[in-house]
Design a protein around this ligand. Structure first.
Ligand code: EPU
Length: 385
């Protein structure tokens, strides 16, 4: 879809079912490479990034079938091409997630180096360093990562100098079939990492410590086929909740119980939303102009960078002044200039946005979307403009 046309000014009321989490589905799809068999997945969201990952797997020789519920069966027994081409990788940085599984199973991989990105420089040095620790030789030339470990991967201690979500996922997948024990320190604790670990354990991997700073993986010889249901998308749920907080409506979201949404829910409550939840759903009702909320992004369990843009939109129509500090990516503020074009009063200094809630609200304007969350924040602004 090239263009969205939004007529603002309506309350949002209704009930929706959460989609599967993109950032769980991507590493879990990549983990199918570890198998010499079939992985059957449900609750996979229908998104371009998922199609790209399926295209990468298919270009390597994997077969996919879809049943009537859109469950996906990935059969990686016939993989014979160990290359992830630039044409596909350039459209999605998460393609780097095939590196660990390819090396673990085939001891060889060629993956295009992801280039620049709309939200920061996003290097992959931590991914490469951890593969080197596991005994992999890496050469980066002609825009490709050429990696090989002749005798197979050997378990090792890996300490990340910075928390990295996909870096941790690559390390876990690589270590699952390595010889001996791998200990990962300063690991990412994100729920999507825990979801990947749950799927790998269902395949027979030996992993302990998911959700903590230290993850221990004891390599096994092979993994078994399994069926797995991907968790719900906490960022999509958080975005719906923010939309209804901004438009003053009432929503029920059917989703698995969201302990993991705590930081987002706490901020929406401060903003004035009335939120109740059960094991199967969250309800939110809002009947006032939102109060401003200060945000500072950081790795889980703190406030997610993937909700930063949506909260800048919310603060733009709030009753006062707020600060939003972005600590994870250095350039994740492309939505700010667009929100200013809609009447937002936002001052950007370094990694801090100071926002003064607009007394007259936002007004409609043509705006430019960039990456997903920036685009979502502009949709939210359009809904209230
Ligand atoms: N970093 C490095 N070197 C590396 C890896 C990361 O310097 O080798 C830096 C990054 O530049 C960044 C920080 O470490 O400043 C954290 O980045 P991280 O590696 O955790 O990000 P990621 O794994 O590439 C995932 C999500 C992002 C989400 C971030 C942070 C997936 C597929 N992507 O990215 O989600 O914003 O974690 O939570 O899981 C999205 O869904 O569109 C998205 C961007």
């Amino acid at each position: 879809m090239d263009k969205l046309l939004i007529e603002g000014g309506y309350k949002l009321n209704g009930s929706v079912t959460a989609s599967g989490a993109k950032n769980s589905a991507l590493p879990i799809l990549a983990s199918s490479i570890l198998l010499r068999d079939k992985l059957t997945l449900s609750n996979i969201p229908h998104l371009n990034d998922i199609t790209t990952m399926l295209e990468i797997l298919s270009s390597m020789g994997a077969y996919m079938t879809f049943n009537e519920n859109m469950d996906i069966e990935v059969d990686t027994s016939q993989i014979n091409n160990l290359k992830a081409r630039y044409e596909l990788v350039k459209t999605m940085r998460a393609s780097i997630l095939v590196l660990g599984p390819l090396l673990a199973r085939f001891h060889e991989a060629e993956v295009a180096l992801p280039g620049g990105c709309a939200i920061g420089s996003r290097p992959v040095n931590l991914h490469l360093d951890c593969m080197r620790k596991l005994g992999v030789d890496i050469d980066t030339s002609n825009g490709y990562i050429k990696a090989s470990a002749k005798g197979g991967l050997i378990g090792a201690d890996i300490e990340f100098s910075q928390v990295t979500v996909t870096g941790t996922e690559n390390a876990i997948m690589a270590a699952s079939l390595a010889q001996g024990q791998t200990r990962i320190f300063n690991a990412a604790k994100e729920p999507e990492v825990v979801d990947l670990i749950s799927c790998l354990k269902k395949m027979g991997a030996n992993i302990e410590g998911g959700g903590s700073e230290k993850i221990t993986v004891n390599g096994v010889d092979s993994l078994n086929p399994c069926e797995y249901e991907v968790m719900d998308d906490r960022i999509e749920i958080g975005t719906y909740l923010t939309a209804v907080t901004m438009t003053k409506g009432k929503i029920e979201i059917k989703c698995s119980f969201p302990k993991i949404l705590e930081t987002i829910i706490d901020k929406l409550i401060i903003s004035g939303a009335n939120i109740t939840f059960s094991e199967e759903s969250i309800e939110l009702e809002m009947d006032q102009k939102p109060s401003p909320v200060n945000i500072s992004t950081a790795p889980f369990p703190l406030f997610p960078t993937d909700m930063q843009a949506q909260f800048i939109a919310l603060n733009s129509i709030s009753t006062g002044k707020s600060q939003v500090v972005e600590n994870v990516f250095e350039n994740r503020f492309m939505h700010v200039q667009e929100l200013i074009r809609m009447g937002g009063d936002i001052n950007l200094q370094g990694n801090t946005a100071t926002i003064v809630g607009s007394k007259n609200g936002l007004f409609a304007a043509p705006v430019m979307a960039t990456y997903q969350m920036a685009s979502a924040s502009l949709v939210l602004a359009g809904l209230v403009a």
